[in-house]
Design a protein around this ligand. Structure first.
Ligand code: VAH
Length: 315
Protein backbone atom coordinates (compact mmCIF):
# COMPACT_ATOMS: atom_id res chain seq x y z
CA UNK A 1 0.00 0.00 0.00
CA UNK A 2 1.31 3.48 -0.92
CA UNK A 3 0.71 6.59 1.23
CA UNK A 4 0.97 9.91 -0.64
CA UNK A 5 1.02 13.32 1.08
CA UNK A 6 0.12 16.45 -0.90
CA UNK A 7 -2.06 14.34 -3.23
CA UNK A 8 -4.03 17.35 -4.45
CA UNK A 9 -0.93 19.36 -5.35
CA UNK A 10 0.65 19.90 -8.78
CA UNK A 11 2.64 16.61 -8.71
CA UNK A 12 0.31 14.73 -6.36
CA UNK A 13 -2.85 15.12 -8.43
CA UNK A 14 -1.23 13.37 -11.41
CA UNK A 15 1.07 10.94 -9.57
CA UNK A 16 -1.78 9.62 -7.40
CA UNK A 17 -3.90 8.81 -10.45
CA UNK A 18 -0.96 7.24 -12.34
CA UNK A 19 -0.08 5.01 -9.37
CA UNK A 20 -3.73 3.95 -8.94
CA UNK A 21 -3.86 3.01 -12.63
CA UNK A 22 -0.61 1.05 -12.31
CA UNK A 23 -0.99 -0.71 -8.96
CA UNK A 24 -4.75 -0.65 -8.31
CA UNK A 25 -7.00 2.06 -6.93
CA UNK A 26 -7.24 0.58 -3.44
CA UNK A 27 -3.42 0.33 -3.17
CA UNK A 28 -2.89 4.10 -3.10
CA UNK A 29 -3.96 6.10 -0.01
CA UNK A 30 -4.17 9.77 -1.02
CA UNK A 31 -3.89 12.42 1.69
CA UNK A 32 -3.96 16.20 1.65
CA UNK A 33 -4.62 18.97 4.14
CA UNK A 34 -7.81 19.85 2.23
CA UNK A 35 -10.50 17.95 0.34
CA UNK A 36 -11.49 18.82 -3.24
CA UNK A 37 -13.84 17.63 -5.97
CA UNK A 38 -11.11 15.63 -7.79
CA UNK A 39 -10.68 11.96 -8.81
CA UNK A 40 -7.83 11.79 -6.25
CA UNK A 41 -10.55 12.01 -3.57
CA UNK A 42 -13.25 9.99 -5.31
CA UNK A 43 -11.34 7.18 -7.08
CA UNK A 44 -9.67 5.54 -4.08
CA UNK A 45 -8.90 5.83 -0.34
CA UNK A 46 -8.54 9.49 0.75
CA UNK A 47 -7.75 10.94 4.20
CA UNK A 48 -7.27 14.55 5.25
CA UNK A 49 -3.83 14.97 6.84
CA UNK A 50 -1.70 17.86 8.07
CA UNK A 51 1.86 16.50 7.62
CA UNK A 52 3.08 18.50 10.63
CA UNK A 53 0.97 16.07 12.74
CA UNK A 54 3.26 13.04 12.92
CA UNK A 55 0.88 10.97 15.08
CA UNK A 56 -1.96 11.43 12.59
CA UNK A 57 0.33 10.36 9.73
CA UNK A 58 1.49 7.28 11.66
CA UNK A 59 -2.11 6.32 12.48
CA UNK A 60 -3.13 6.44 8.79
CA UNK A 61 0.00 4.50 7.72
CA UNK A 62 -0.66 1.79 10.32
CA UNK A 63 -4.39 1.56 9.59
CA UNK A 64 -3.73 0.93 5.87
CA UNK A 65 -0.57 -1.17 6.42
CA UNK A 66 1.47 1.16 4.19
CA UNK A 67 4.82 -0.11 2.78
CA UNK A 68 5.69 2.90 0.59
CA UNK A 69 5.62 6.60 1.57
CA UNK A 70 5.64 9.32 -1.11
CA UNK A 71 5.96 12.70 0.59
CA UNK A 72 4.99 15.65 -1.64
CA UNK A 73 3.38 18.16 0.75
CA UNK A 74 5.55 21.31 0.87
CA UNK A 75 5.68 25.08 0.34
CA UNK A 76 7.33 25.97 -2.98
CA UNK A 77 10.09 28.55 -3.48
CA UNK A 78 8.24 31.87 -3.81
CA UNK A 79 5.69 31.12 -1.06
CA UNK A 80 8.50 29.86 1.18
CA UNK A 81 10.42 33.11 0.62
CA UNK A 82 7.36 35.07 1.74
CA UNK A 83 6.98 32.99 4.92
CA UNK A 84 10.33 31.34 5.72
CA UNK A 85 9.46 30.28 9.29
CA UNK A 86 6.25 28.52 8.16
CA UNK A 87 8.23 26.98 5.29
CA UNK A 88 10.85 25.57 7.70
CA UNK A 89 8.13 24.10 9.93
CA UNK A 90 6.09 22.54 7.12
CA UNK A 91 8.96 21.51 4.82
CA UNK A 92 11.27 20.09 7.52
CA UNK A 93 8.93 18.78 10.23
CA UNK A 94 6.64 17.37 7.54
CA UNK A 95 9.61 15.56 6.01
CA UNK A 96 10.85 14.29 9.38
CA UNK A 97 7.37 12.96 10.21
CA UNK A 98 7.20 11.15 6.85
CA UNK A 99 10.68 9.66 7.28
CA UNK A 100 9.78 8.47 10.78
CA UNK A 101 6.67 6.74 9.41
CA UNK A 102 8.83 5.06 6.75
CA UNK A 103 11.40 4.02 9.39
CA UNK A 104 8.78 2.53 11.73
CA UNK A 105 7.00 0.72 8.89
CA UNK A 106 10.21 -0.30 7.08
CA UNK A 107 8.64 1.38 4.04
CA UNK A 108 10.24 2.54 0.77
CA UNK A 109 10.39 6.36 0.63
CA UNK A 110 10.29 9.10 -2.03
CA UNK A 111 10.30 12.87 -1.72
CA UNK A 112 11.29 15.37 -4.44
CA UNK A 113 14.23 17.72 -4.22
CA UNK A 114 14.65 20.53 -6.76
CA UNK A 115 17.10 22.52 -8.84
CA UNK A 116 16.32 24.98 -6.05
CA UNK A 117 18.81 22.95 -3.96
CA UNK A 118 21.59 24.74 -5.88
CA UNK A 119 22.77 28.31 -5.28
CA UNK A 120 24.82 31.17 -6.79
CA UNK A 121 28.18 29.41 -6.15
CA UNK A 122 27.03 26.21 -7.91
CA UNK A 123 28.42 25.78 -11.49
CA UNK A 124 25.51 27.14 -13.58
CA UNK A 125 25.90 25.24 -16.87
CA UNK A 126 25.45 21.44 -16.96
CA UNK A 127 25.40 21.47 -13.13
CA UNK A 128 27.01 18.19 -11.97
CA UNK A 129 25.28 15.54 -9.85
CA UNK A 130 27.79 16.10 -7.02
CA UNK A 131 28.68 19.77 -6.55
CA UNK A 132 28.51 22.82 -4.28
CA UNK A 133 25.03 23.33 -2.82
CA UNK A 134 24.70 26.69 -0.97
CA UNK A 135 21.21 27.90 -1.91
CA UNK A 136 20.15 31.39 -0.83
CA UNK A 137 16.40 30.70 -0.49
CA UNK A 138 14.56 29.08 2.43
CA UNK A 139 13.14 26.55 -0.07
CA UNK A 140 16.69 25.69 -1.18
CA UNK A 141 17.85 25.35 2.45
CA UNK A 142 14.90 22.99 3.03
CA UNK A 143 15.76 20.94 -0.09
CA UNK A 144 19.48 20.56 0.75
CA UNK A 145 18.64 19.66 4.36
CA UNK A 146 16.02 17.25 3.03
CA UNK A 147 18.50 15.54 0.70
CA UNK A 148 20.97 15.10 3.58
CA UNK A 149 18.23 13.88 5.96
CA UNK A 150 17.08 11.27 3.41
CA UNK A 151 20.67 10.06 2.93
CA UNK A 152 21.03 9.91 6.74
CA UNK A 153 17.88 7.78 7.09
CA UNK A 154 19.28 5.42 4.44
CA UNK A 155 22.76 5.11 6.00
CA UNK A 156 21.72 5.14 9.69
CA UNK A 157 18.37 3.31 9.63
CA UNK A 158 18.39 1.46 6.29
CA UNK A 159 15.28 3.27 5.02
CA UNK A 160 15.15 2.84 1.22
CA UNK A 161 15.01 6.59 0.48
CA UNK A 162 15.01 7.77 -3.16
CA UNK A 163 14.75 11.30 -4.57
CA UNK A 164 15.14 13.44 -7.69
CA UNK A 165 15.95 17.15 -8.12
CA UNK A 166 13.00 18.27 -10.23
CA UNK A 167 13.26 21.22 -12.60
CA UNK A 168 10.27 23.49 -13.15
CA UNK A 169 7.25 21.26 -13.85
CA UNK A 170 4.69 22.12 -16.49
CA UNK A 171 1.21 20.58 -16.15
CA UNK A 172 -2.46 21.18 -16.95
CA UNK A 173 -4.30 19.13 -14.29
CA UNK A 174 -3.55 21.17 -11.14
CA UNK A 175 -1.99 24.63 -11.22
CA UNK A 176 1.26 24.91 -9.22
CA UNK A 177 1.11 27.08 -6.12
CA UNK A 178 3.80 29.59 -5.28
CA UNK A 179 6.72 28.48 -7.40
CA UNK A 180 9.21 30.55 -9.40
CA UNK A 181 8.98 28.49 -12.60
CA UNK A 182 5.18 28.77 -12.63
CA UNK A 183 5.45 31.59 -15.18
CA UNK A 184 5.80 28.90 -17.86
CA UNK A 185 2.51 27.24 -16.81
CA UNK A 186 0.73 30.62 -16.64
CA UNK A 187 1.96 31.46 -20.16
CA UNK A 188 0.07 28.49 -21.67
CA UNK A 189 -3.15 29.39 -19.82
CA UNK A 190 -2.90 33.06 -20.80
CA UNK A 191 -2.00 32.23 -24.42
CA UNK A 192 -5.39 30.49 -24.73
CA UNK A 193 -7.38 32.95 -22.60
CA UNK A 194 -5.86 36.32 -23.62
CA UNK A 195 -3.55 35.61 -26.55
CA UNK A 196 -0.80 37.33 -24.59
CA UNK A 197 1.23 37.02 -21.35
CA UNK A 198 3.32 39.36 -19.20
CA UNK A 199 6.23 37.40 -17.74
CA UNK A 200 7.52 38.12 -14.21
CA UNK A 201 10.80 36.38 -15.19
CA UNK A 202 13.13 38.32 -17.54
CA UNK A 203 14.01 37.31 -21.10
CA UNK A 204 17.18 35.24 -21.27
CA UNK A 205 16.59 33.58 -17.87
CA UNK A 206 17.34 29.91 -18.57
CA UNK A 207 15.98 27.26 -16.17
CA UNK A 208 15.49 23.52 -16.50
CA UNK A 209 11.91 22.44 -17.14
CA UNK A 210 9.97 19.17 -17.57
CA UNK A 211 6.46 18.11 -18.62
CA UNK A 212 4.51 16.39 -15.82
CA UNK A 213 4.09 13.03 -17.67
CA UNK A 214 7.92 12.77 -17.72
CA UNK A 215 8.11 13.69 -14.03
CA UNK A 216 5.56 11.01 -13.07
CA UNK A 217 7.45 8.45 -15.21
CA UNK A 218 10.74 9.41 -13.53
CA UNK A 219 9.28 8.82 -10.05
CA UNK A 220 7.87 5.41 -11.04
CA UNK A 221 11.10 4.37 -12.83
CA UNK A 222 13.25 5.41 -9.85
CA UNK A 223 10.98 3.65 -7.32
CA UNK A 224 11.01 0.43 -9.40
CA UNK A 225 14.79 0.56 -10.05
CA UNK A 226 17.15 -2.13 -8.71
CA UNK A 227 18.45 -0.65 -5.41
CA UNK A 228 21.88 -2.20 -6.04
CA UNK A 229 22.36 0.25 -8.96
CA UNK A 230 21.58 3.37 -6.91
CA UNK A 231 24.73 5.23 -5.89
CA UNK A 232 23.33 8.77 -5.58
CA UNK A 233 19.82 8.10 -4.17
CA UNK A 234 19.10 11.62 -2.75
CA UNK A 235 18.80 13.29 -5.13
CA UNK A 236 19.20 12.65 -8.83
CA UNK A 237 19.44 15.58 -11.27
CA UNK A 238 16.66 15.14 -13.84
CA UNK A 239 15.69 17.50 -16.67
CA UNK A 240 13.94 17.57 -20.05
CA UNK A 241 14.92 21.01 -21.38
CA UNK A 242 16.60 24.28 -20.49
CA UNK A 243 14.38 27.18 -21.60
CA UNK A 244 13.80 30.91 -21.16
CA UNK A 245 10.47 32.79 -21.46
CA UNK A 246 11.09 33.64 -25.14
CA UNK A 247 11.59 29.94 -25.96
CA UNK A 248 8.11 29.13 -24.60
CA UNK A 249 6.64 32.06 -26.55
CA UNK A 250 8.23 30.86 -29.81
CA UNK A 251 6.88 27.32 -29.26
CA UNK A 252 3.40 28.71 -28.51
CA UNK A 253 3.51 30.92 -31.61
CA UNK A 254 3.83 27.77 -33.76
CA UNK A 255 0.19 27.12 -32.72
CA UNK A 256 -1.06 30.65 -31.90
CA UNK A 257 0.86 32.94 -34.31
CA UNK A 258 -0.61 36.12 -32.82
CA UNK A 259 0.54 35.26 -29.27
CA UNK A 260 2.49 38.13 -27.67
CA UNK A 261 4.88 38.04 -24.72
CA UNK A 262 6.01 41.06 -22.73
CA UNK A 263 7.77 41.50 -19.38
CA UNK A 264 7.15 43.01 -15.96
CA UNK A 265 9.93 41.46 -13.90
CA UNK A 266 9.25 40.57 -10.24
CA UNK A 267 12.56 41.21 -8.45
CA UNK A 268 11.89 38.60 -5.75
CA UNK A 269 11.20 35.71 -8.10
CA UNK A 270 13.86 36.92 -10.57
CA UNK A 271 16.45 36.81 -7.78
CA UNK A 272 15.38 33.24 -6.98
CA UNK A 273 15.62 32.23 -10.66
CA UNK A 274 19.04 33.93 -11.03
CA UNK A 275 20.38 31.87 -8.09
CA UNK A 276 19.48 28.59 -9.84
CA UNK A 277 21.37 26.73 -12.63
CA UNK A 278 20.90 27.47 -16.33
CA UNK A 279 21.08 23.75 -17.14
CA UNK A 280 21.79 20.59 -15.13
CA UNK A 281 23.52 17.29 -16.02
CA UNK A 282 21.23 14.23 -15.64
CA UNK A 283 23.89 11.58 -16.57
CA UNK A 284 23.75 9.85 -13.16
CA UNK A 285 19.99 9.24 -13.46
CA UNK A 286 20.49 7.83 -16.97
CA UNK A 287 23.34 5.55 -15.85
CA UNK A 288 21.80 4.32 -12.57
CA UNK A 289 18.09 3.86 -13.40
CA UNK A 290 17.72 4.48 -17.18
CA UNK A 291 16.05 7.91 -16.86
CA UNK A 292 14.48 9.03 -20.16
CA UNK A 293 12.09 11.75 -21.30
CA UNK A 294 9.34 11.71 -23.95
CA UNK A 295 8.53 15.43 -24.19
CA UNK A 296 10.79 18.18 -25.53
CA UNK A 297 9.60 21.82 -25.65
CA UNK A 298 7.68 21.50 -28.92
CA UNK A 299 6.00 18.16 -28.07
CA UNK A 300 5.09 19.48 -24.58
CA UNK A 301 3.65 22.70 -26.05
CA UNK A 302 1.49 20.80 -28.54
CA UNK A 303 0.06 18.52 -25.83
CA UNK A 304 -0.27 21.29 -23.21
CA UNK A 305 -2.32 23.53 -25.56
CA UNK A 306 -4.50 20.62 -26.71
CA UNK A 307 -5.23 19.48 -23.14
CA UNK A 308 -5.73 23.02 -21.80
CA UNK A 309 -8.22 23.89 -24.56
CA UNK A 310 -10.42 21.00 -23.40
CA UNK A 311 -9.94 21.87 -19.72
CA UNK A 312 -10.74 25.58 -20.20
CA UNK A 313 -13.85 24.74 -22.22
CA UNK A 314 -14.96 22.35 -19.45
CA UNK A 315 -14.28 24.99 -16.78
C1 VAH B 1 9.38 26.19 -7.70
N1 VAH B 1 8.27 24.67 -9.25
O1 VAH B 1 9.39 27.02 -8.60
C2 VAH B 1 9.11 24.73 -8.08
C3 VAH B 1 10.42 24.03 -8.38
C4 VAH B 1 12.57 24.16 -9.68
C5 VAH B 1 11.27 24.83 -9.35
O2 VAH B 1 11.14 23.72 -7.24
O3 VAH B 1 9.59 26.48 -6.55
Amino acid sequence: KILITGSLGQIGSELTMALRERYGHQQVIATDIREADHPVVTSGPFETLDVTDGDAMQEIADRYQVDTVIHLAALLSAKAENNPQLAWDLNMNGLMNALEVARKREAKFFTPSSIGAFGPTTPKDQTPQLTVQRPTTMYGVNKVAGELLCDYYFERFGVDTRSVRFPGLISYDTEPGGGTTDYAVEMYYEALKQGRYTSYIAAGTYMDMMYMPDAVKAIIDLMEADPARLKNRNAYNVTAMSAAPEDFARAIQQHIPAFELDYDVDPVRQAIADSWPNSIDSKAAVNEWDFTIDYDLNKMTEDMLTQLKQKLVLD
